[in-house]
Structures are given as C-alpha cells and as structure tokens.
Design a protein around this ligand. Structure first.
Ligand SMILES: [Zn+2]
Length: 238
C-alpha cells in the first residue's frame, strides 16, 4: 500500500470512530508505521522543527517513519483533512528522538512516546503489525465499570459468549488493565506487557488500544469486541 493510501485509510477509520461515538472532542489516538511505503520524496524532506526527545532509546524503529494524529486534533477533522490534523515523523538513527517532516509543524499526540514504545515492540517481535489505535468504545467502557468482569479472564469469557464471531476473529481476546492515569508509565508498561498475548488491551473505565496489520485491521478488532459488549449491555437486568 502506498503511504498516501495508508494515511487515507487512517482518515476513513477516524471518520468511523466519530460516527460510532467513540471519539468525543480530541479523544483517541492513531499511529501507523509507513516506513515500507515511503518514497524518496518523503525521505528527502527536511525537518520542520527541532528534534524532540522520546525519553527512551527505541532501537527497533530507529530511522523509521510514522503517521500519527496531532495533539488536540479531532478524529472527525482528521477524517476530512488527514494532513492538517496529523503529522509524518522520522525517528532519529539513534532511536531516541523524532522530527516532524510533513506537512505542518503540529505537535504529535501527547501519547506518542507510549505508542512508539508499542511500535518498537511490534517492529522487534511482530513486524507484520503496523498500526496502533486507541479509542473510547462506549459499551466496552461500560463493561469495565462492572466489577465482576474486571479481569482478562472474565471479560473475555463474557465477550466470547455473546456471538461466535468474537472468538473466531479475536481468538486472543483482550488484555485487561486496571485503571491507571492516562499517559502514565504504569499504563504504558502494562499495555506493552499485555500485547505479548493479545491484539487489544482494555483500559478500565477509559477505553481500548488495539494493534493491527493496518489501521482497518486494528479498527475491526475493536469493532468486533464492542459488538459483543453491545449485546451484553442489551441483555435485560444486566
Ligand atoms: Zn483515551
């Protein structure tokens, strides 16, 4: 896929997140590794601003390229104008900083260091996985308010039991993380740990993050899990 197609797919997914009510205001993040598809024109682009420290050395993605949502931008705006609401960044050859190379010197998402840590893990261990997507699916968040469901085992049992497709398409289920402050190291470390065994991680009373071969694949995983959650929430006397 051309990198422009990849970015257009991010825009399509951003629009669906908004339509589903999963991306209020500037909620949610998306980051996709476009390294395999960038052309020489992109490689030659000079930085638009000074390098920014990542706060860690991410060797597996050193020199790689990513498209990511910009901070404070809305998914519904990214859907219409992906290059006005997202940026292309290049990771330094040393793996410890990034620079923005297109198209505007917007700040990337404040969650970028956690997303990049995930992409560093994926590049080293699951290189077919190129995309990470964080959003606030209503029914999945609702289930994370039910104390008896708040474990990886109980949440997956519940979701898998709703319709057979859930287990078919999400055989690894999701990992469950107890509430942690958004943007915290606890949340970032816990997410990375859960991604060893899962393609999606539920953040209690907050939302979900999924990884996929591309952004649509990550979206599908969340969509399937939330469909199961919707059915569970529709059962009377829940
Ligand atoms: Zn969030």
């Amino acid at each position: 896929m051309l990198f422009t197609d990849t970015i257009n797919q991010c825009a399509e997914v951003a629009g669906m997140l908004w339509q589903r009510g999963w991306a209020e205001r500037n909620g949610g993040n998306l980051v996709v590794n476009i390294t395999a598809d960038v052309d020489d024109n992109i490689r030659r682009l000079p930085p638009l601003a000074a390098p920014v420290s990542i706060g860690a050395t991410l060797e597996a993605i050193a020199g790689q390229y990513f498209y990511c949502k910009a901070t404070s931008c809305r998914m519904r705006d990214l859907a219409r104008k992906p290059m006005d609401n997202g940026v292309i960044i290049r990771i330094a050859p040393t793996g410890d900083a990034y620079e923005i190379i297109a198209c505007k010197p917007l700040q990337p998402t404040s969650e970028l260091p956690s997303h990049l840590a995930i992409h560093n893990y994926l590049a080293a261990n699951r290189p077919e996985m190129k995309a990470s997507l964080h959003t606030h699916p209503t029914e999945l968040v609702a289930l994370s308010h039910v104390e008896e469901l708040c474990s990886t085992e109980r949440m997956n049992e519940t979701l898998w039991a709703m319709i057979p497709e859930t287990r078919l398409f999400c055989p690894k289920g999701l990992g469950f993380l107890p509430y942690a402050e958004p943007g915290s190291q606890t949340l970032a470390d816990g997410t990375l740990e859960q991604l060893h065994d899962h393609d999606a991680v539920m953040w209690e009373k907050h939302g979900i993050i999924a990884v996929g071969t591309d952004m649509m694949d990550a979206f599908d995983t969340i969509d399937i899990l939330n469909k199961a959650a919707q059915i569970r929430c529709a059962i009377p006397h829940f």
